[in-house]
Write a protein that binds this ligand. Structure first.
Ligand SMILES: [Zn+2]
Length: 443
């Protein structure tokens, strides 16, 4: 996420009270059906969605990780469950389930092997960046930070990675669906998305590593797509060569979405990340969302408190990549960052203590503060040890944690190990102090 539309800062989660419980009518008859059992610890290995957006229905094929205890629990927001089945080599059997409002418990046995469930459900339209939104000219989804349950059965914890795929049936109105192609490797639940619109693809080029970069734009947006993507291939290639291989396939790029009036920014829906129409011409937004392929998505944050590891690192990388591949653009980005930094209040949290003890929205962590104080922290380290040396450290971090979850504290350790400079007190000033430091190299 770069910036959220103002509207969304004030939203309140709206979970429809589904009320009561429902049981599948045709439970297996060859064995006593297992009662629905809560087991929120049972992990999700992969999620494959088959969506009929016209009917607003979907089937989620979910592979559960092995578990020594029975049951499974998913967040289901306001989706309405129709049926839950377990699929095995010998066929499919209906399972008992309970809808506990915004949680779904399933009666599935303990297993030493992965177990495959298919969950059929319907979903609802949303208007506050908390699910599926359709407009006169198309549709998009957005479930960051913890609204995945309004779109599919999920676990919203940011460290909980799942493989996923999305197939959306072509809509009756003839509009084009833009969704990830194939199976995407382990990623946070908020990465999953699709968009529908009158899209045209602008081929921006292919990186030396073989990633095809394309911007999908809406009618009248060609010039903005060209402007915003002017250095995107070069910046993406710089990240591939500096940080490590891109994890989400060989086709990636921006998708313009009509988020509505006043909405600026983008969302890291890799490999086809979304950028608000109003920000399509903005190079920093395009490169920022691309950089989430390495931080935030490629490496997941271990706790919401580690948000700065996603947004601070990505803001720095967008400025750094543009500094290297298009120095005048990079200089303008850093000048804009400095302006944004000046508008941050010293009490706005950046890197809170604890793990998943905060609500990232309600407790105010989702502000420009982690982005900018994070970016200038890295800038201060680069001023101390040299930007190229810091590139090496960030690359080493990516190579160590790609596909996993990590803490901001792990980054400090990596910087110390790779550069010989201990950034702890500099991080304390930039990320924790209520006095915002002056922009300068770390002391
Ligand atoms: Zn972001």
């Amino acid at each position: 996420m770069r910036r959220l539309p103002l509207l969304a800062l004030f939203l309140t989660p709206l979970f429809a009270a589904c009320g009561g419980s429902s049981n599948s009518p045709d439970a297996p008859t060859d064995a006593a059906p297992l009662a629905p059992t809560a087991n929120p610890q049972r992990g999700i290995a992969s999620t494959a969605l088959a969506v009929n957006a016209d009917a607003m229905s979907a089937t989620a094929t979910i592979v559960l990780e092995p578990s020594t205890t029975p049951g499974a629990t998913f967040e289901i927001g306001d989706i309405a469950i129709v049926e839950v089945k377990q699929t095995t080599a010998s066929g499919a059997a209906a399972l008992l389930w309970t809808d506990r409002g915004n949680l779904l418990d399933v009666g599935v046995a303990a297993a030493t092997e992965p177990v495959t469930l298919t969950v059929s459900y319907t979903f609802s339209k949303h208007t506050k960046f908390d699910g599926y939104t359709s407009t006169a000219t198309g549709a998009y989804t957005l479930v960051w930070p913890y609204y995945c349950g309004n779109l599919f059965p999920c676990h919203s914890r940011p460290d909980d990675g799942t493989e996923f795929s999305v197939t959306v049936a072509p809509p009756a109105n003839g509009l084009k669906v833009v969704a990830p192609v194939g199976v995407v490797t382990e990623a946070p639940s908020y990465m999953l998305a699709w968009a529908v619109g009158d899209y045209t693809d602008l081929e921006l080029g292919t990186t030396p590593a073989g990633t095809r970069i394309v911007t999908s734009y809406l009618p009248g947006e060609l010039a903005n797509a060209q402007k915003g993507g002017a250095n995107l291939v070069a910046a993406f290639a710089w990240m591939e060569s500096t940080l490590g291989p891109y994890r989400f396939g060989n086709e990636a790029g921006t998708v313009s979405v009509k988020w509505g009036p006043g909405a600026f920014g983008g969302m890291e829906h890799h490999p086809r990340w979304h950028v608000a129409s109003a920000a399509l011409a903005d190079e920093e937004t395009n490169v920022h969302e691309a950089a989430h392929g390495w931080f935030g998505d490629g490496i997941r944050i271990a706790c919401w408190e580690d948000f700065v590891l996603s947004e601070g690192t990505v803001s720095y990388l967008a400025g750094r990549a543009l500094d290297v591949v298009a120095p005048p653009v990079g200089a303008a980005v850093w000048a804009g960052y400095q302006t944004d930094l000046g508008n941050i209040g010293p009490m706005q949290p950046v890197w809170p203590m604890g793990c998943n003890q905060i609500d990232i929205i309600k407790d105010g962590l989702f502000s420009r503060a982690p982005y900018m104080r994070g970016a200038f922290f890295y800038r201060a380290v680069a001023g101390k040890v040299g930007a190229a040396k810091l590139d090496q450290a960030i690359g080493r971090f990516y190579q160590t944690y790609a596909g996993k979850a990590a803490h901001m504290s792990d980054m400090l350790t990596t910087i110390k190990n790779e550069t010989g400079f201990d950034p702890t007190s500099c991080a304390e000033s930039w990320l924790r102090s209520t006095t915002i430091p002056a922009v300068a190299p770390c002391p």
